[in-house]
Ligand binder design. Structure first.
Ligand code: DHB
Ligand code: MG
Length: 217
């Protein structure tokens, strides 16, 4: 099938963003408040949030694990896709960011569905039981992505969803000398994912690129 003429351009990205179900006022306030408190403005975009929700709903997910809470923006997007009794266990290394996220999650419509864990991603993941999650979203320090993936595959149930942010390395995927110090780690992780036979996976060009995979068994 030819895709000539269907290459995704910046114009397509804008077109998608303009037609995707937008964030609500609460999430907009959260983002603006995070900026005022000096938290880096590097959350997922609304199109990614809507996409994660769709995936979680299709999967019928109840239990989600996230590595890299930041301000809690993506955790709230995901928690809204879960049924009553569902839970996002989200892990944040920075105590100040974790406190912000906890405060906003507690004020949200999904206060009962977000649980913020403070600590190193890998340390906290290791405390989670085998086969206790339906989905994992990795969006933390990129050098640790291979470790997070390995541990997530233990924590995920069969046919669990693996979602990983920043497959396009902050737009520097093809740069020979990327300025972002984490870009080489993303490039290396993408090769790990590409060779990972336990996961059926694809990179979806939304936001900075998001890996979506399904654990095979
Ligand atoms: C950046 C963006 C991200 O989504 C992330 O997880 C980390 C860093 C950035 O733009 O620097
Ligand atoms: Mg990210």
């Amino acid at each position: 099938m030819s895709v000539e003429g269907s290459r995704v351009t910046d114009r397509h990205f804008r077109y998608i963003e303009e037609r995707t179900t937008p964030e609500d006022a609460f999430l907009r306030d959260l983002r603006e408040s995070a900026v005022r408190e000096g938290i880096p403005a590097i959350s997922i975009g609304p199109a990614q949030g809507a996409f994660l929700q769709i995936l979680l709903q299709l999967r019928g997910a109840r239990d989600v694990v996230e590595v890299g809470t930041l301000a809690g923006y993506s955790a709230i997007w995901m928690a809204r896709a879960l049924p009553a009794g569902g839970k996002v266990r989200t892990i944040e290394f920075n105590p100040r960011h974790a406190a912000f996220a906890s405060r906003w999650a507690a004020r949200s419509d999904v206060a009962d569905r977000v649980e913020v864990h403070v600590g190193r991603g890998i340390d906290v993941l290791r405390t989670f039981a085998d086969a206790s999650a339906d989905a994992a979203f990795l969006d933390a320090d990129k050098a640790s992505y291979p470790l997070y993936l390995e541990e997530s595959l233990r924590v995920l149930r069969p046919h669990g969803l693996v979602m990983v942010d920043n497959a396009f390395a902050f737009g520097q995927l093809f740069d020979e000398r990327p300025t972002d110090r984490e870009a080489p780690a993303v490039q290396a992780f993408n090769e790990v994912m590409a060779r990972e036979s336990r996961v059926l996976s694809v990179i979806v060009p939304l936001g900075d690129g998001v890996w979506v995979g399904v654990k095979r068994d």
